[in-house]
Design a protein around this ligand. Structure first.
Ligand SMILES: Nc1ncnc2c1ncn2[C@@H]1O[C@H](COP(=O)(O)OP(=O)(O)O)[C@@H](O)[C@H]1O
Ligand SMILES: [Mg+2]
Length: 260
């Protein structure tokens, strides 16, 4: 199926997800148009990470649809037996939606450069010299071009997270998915990662960002979604959502500093 050029990179409709008896997503919609940044906010346990992981098919869901660039994910079975039907499709979607996690998950036995080069070489099968050139370019872009030959343990947390972002970029994905990218960092290191994410937003990258950092959500996003117990309680452009929240729950959450 040929992708529709104008189709959103990711489109989720009426998504339901349970872990056994625990229903975590109760009918959620999300649209990430090309070049847009969507932030997901909400209390711990509201389903943010689960929604993000459903988007790139790291988690199964029981009901609802997911489209990648207009192409619907093919399912087999129903309810708790529902699985993606086409493994090649899953692989293609997943390699096009690079994740950046709270814990940077760099390989300790590889240099920074090797970490960044690993997936494009082994998963995509791209030629090494081409990937190395690209990897160095992305390391420079996130401000750690001089750390290519260092080991992850020799880097600060902020530098490690920037290396993880370079690694995600080196896959040249259609979108980047961030799950609390700054929450493992000391406040002074947080800012260097926020700056990188803002620069990526400014250059028109498609991103979905789960964050507890309301300032980053306000500064970087085109659209903010506030999740509460597996449902969208409120959503809109950051100016509206943060300056004129409608729901009492969102007001309470924001006045608690976004940790509610
Ligand atoms: N692998 C899992 N197995 C069972 N329950 C899970 C699993 N992952 C998350 N949950 C539960 O799902 C709910 C939503 O979790 P999560 O999506 O991680 O929330 P958030 O990212 O908003 O903090 C929580 O109640 C959590 O305990
Ligand atoms: Mg989470």
């Amino acid at each position: 199926m040929t992708p529709t050029p104008s189709a959103p990179v990711i489109e989720v409709r009426n998504l339901h997800k349970a872990y056994g008896d625990l229903t975590v997503l109760k009918g959620v919609d999300l649209t990430a148009p090309k070049g847009h940044v969507i932030s997901l906010i909400g209390s711990s346990g509201s389903g943010k990470s689960t929604l993000l992981r459903c988007c790139n098919l790291l988690e199964d869901s029981q009901e609802g649809g997911i489209r990648f660039e207009g192409e619907p994910v093919k399912w087999q079975g129903t309810g708790h037996d529902r699985r993606p039907a086409d493994r090649a499709q899953v692989r293609r979607i997943r390699t096009n939606l690079s994740m950046v996690f709270q814990q940077f998950n760099l390989w300790g036995h590889m240099t920074v450069l090797q970490n960044v080069m690993e997936a494009p070489v082994t998963v995509l099968g791209h030629p090494k010299d081409e990937v190395e050139e690209r990897a160095r370019r992305y390391l420079a872009k996130v401000g750690i071009g001089d750390k290519a030959d260092a080991w992850p343990a020799q880097l600060s947390g902020g530098q490690q997270q920037r290396a993880a972002i370079a690694r995600a970029l080196c896959m040249e994905p259609r979108a980047l998915l961030f799950d609390e990218p700054t929450s493992a960092l000391d406040p002074e290191l947080e800012q260097e990662v926020v700056r990188v994410i803002r620069a990526l937003a400014d250059e028109g990258r498609t991103m979905i960002i789960v964050t507890h950092d309301m300032k980053m959500a306000a500064d970087c996003s085109d659209h903010v979604i506030f999740l509460h117990q597996g449902l969208i309680e409120e959503q809109g452009p950051p100016e509206t959502l943060f300056n004129n929240p409608q729901s009492a729950r969102l007001r309470g959450f924001l006045s608690a500093g976004g940790n509610g």
